[in-house]
Ligand binder design. Structure first.
Ligand SMILES: Cc1ncc(COP(=O)(O)O)c(C=O)c1O
Length: 385
């Protein structure tokens, strides 16, 4: 990424300093929180009017994330779902059609499948591993292809470059949820995708203390979001939330290095463990799409799927025996978490979705890698007793 003077910046530099504008804030090394709903302008024409439209604290976050994603501009929202629904609403029209991977994040799926049906929008779900899945699903009224790669429950990938090329040739807008890889390890816009969405609640925030969302894309598309989807639905980010997200971004590169180090070590450890049937992690050379992953990602985050051997009761006992992992649904924070999407589905659902029965998902936090491994090893050894 290059600044206005053409000076190159690494992602670490962007997280540390990009868009901070110290002179504008009396040299404050930390951008102040402009905790205000409105801006008066009797004596000064600074361009700000109302925080739902623009806020100086939120703008710093938006400029940093746009630079990290190699996009022209970004807009922050009150949560990841607010960002996702705004991006989709900005593209879909009445009676239009969208194609999306079947195992996309469940509320995104529900929004497309049930909620948008009241506007006549139809959705075709595909497995998504092959670009031909998308090509076959296209219709004359297809307006969007929505992606999430890697998928945060089954960890399969979609080919960003191939799908972007297909969509461009048909005038279809592409949107990609990049929450798993983060802008440090994957940049869909550089692969030809039009809009990137994030749940910044996860790694970008990193401390499990905020909900946050962001959309990245062209200046024109972001201007549209400001006045239409964010302006009208009103799911803007609060300035204090933006400040906490800014603080999370400062340490994103070092946190991601630690998440990745633990995840690579623990995925390999689990894969070799006699009590484990399968590990689902794109960073493992045994992952069926390992090469595709290497071609579009430069690293891996800390969310892993694995299937222990044993009955449902034994798997539940394993979860209870863990000491460092808390049981909970989110991921991407400092704390290690486990949840169990594969314990609540039946065989028919497992066959239809490809989600293995007994699938567990662990989010590796910032604890010592060895301690996390020991905790898993001990609980796996105890699951039969
Ligand atoms: C992949 C993915 N996308 C989007 C979201 C939604 O984000 P939020 O919870 O910030 O609304 C989540 C939340 O878990 C997620 O896992």
């Amino acid at each position: 990424m290059r600044d206005e003077q053409g000076k190159p910046h690494t992602k670490e530099d962007i997280c540390a300093h990009w868009a901070d504008e110290y002179d504008r804030h009396l040299g404050a090394i930390v951008t102040p929180i402009y905790q205000t709903s409105l801006f008066t302008r009797k004596t000064m024409n600074h361009g700000y009017t109302y925080t739902r439209v623009a806020n100086p604290t939120t703008e710093v976050v938006e400029r940093k994330i746009a630079a990290l994603e190699e996009g022209e501009a970004a807009r922050c929202f009150s949560s990841g779902m607010a960002a996702i629904t705004a991006a989709l609403m900005s593209v879909l029209e009445k009676d239009s059609h969208v194609v999306c991977p079947l195992n996309v994040y469940a509320p995104t799926k529900a929004f497309l499948e049930s909620y948008m049906a009241k506007f006549g929008v139809e959705v075709t779900f595909v497995s998504g591993e092959d670009v031909a899945d998308f090509e076959r699903a296209l219709r004359p009224n297809t307006k969007a292809i929505y992606l999430e790669t890697p998928l945060s429950n089954v960890f399969t990938l979609q080919d960003l470059r191939a799908i972007a090329t297909l969509a461009r040739s048909r005038g279809i807008v592409t949107i990609a949820d990049n929450t798993w890889a983060t802008p440090l390890y994957q940049n869909p816009i550089a692969c030809g995708i039009d809009l990137v969405v994030h749940s910044a609640t996860k790694y970008m925030g990193g401390h499990s203390d905020i909900l946050a969302g962001v959309v990245v894309g062209s200046e024109a598309a972001m201007e549209g979001l400001t006045h239409r989807e964010r302006g009208m639905f009103g799911a803007a980010m609060d300035p204090h939330q933006a400040w906490l997200l800014l603080r999370g971004l400062r340490t994103l590169p070092v946190r991601m290095r630690q998440h990745q180090e633990s995840a690579l070590a623990i995925a390999a450890f689990l894969e070799a463990h006699p009590q484990v049937e399968r590990v689902l992690y794109p960073g493992l050379p045994s992952h069926p799409q390992y090469e595709l992953g290497r071609s579009q990602m430069s690293g891996y985050s800390g969310l892993i799927g694995f299937v222990p051997k044993g009955s449902k009761e034994q798997v539940q006992r394993f979860i209870k025996r863990l000491e460092l992992f808390q049981e909970g649904p989110s991921w991407g924070g400092f704390e290690s978490l486990i949840n169990s999407p594969g314990l609540w589905i039946d065989e028919a659902t497992s066959r239809a979705t490809g989600m293995p029965l007994n699938l567990l998902r662990i989010s590796l936090g910032l604890e010592h890698t060895g301690s996390l491994m020991d905790d898993l090893d001990r609980a796996l050894a105890q699951m039969n007793s």
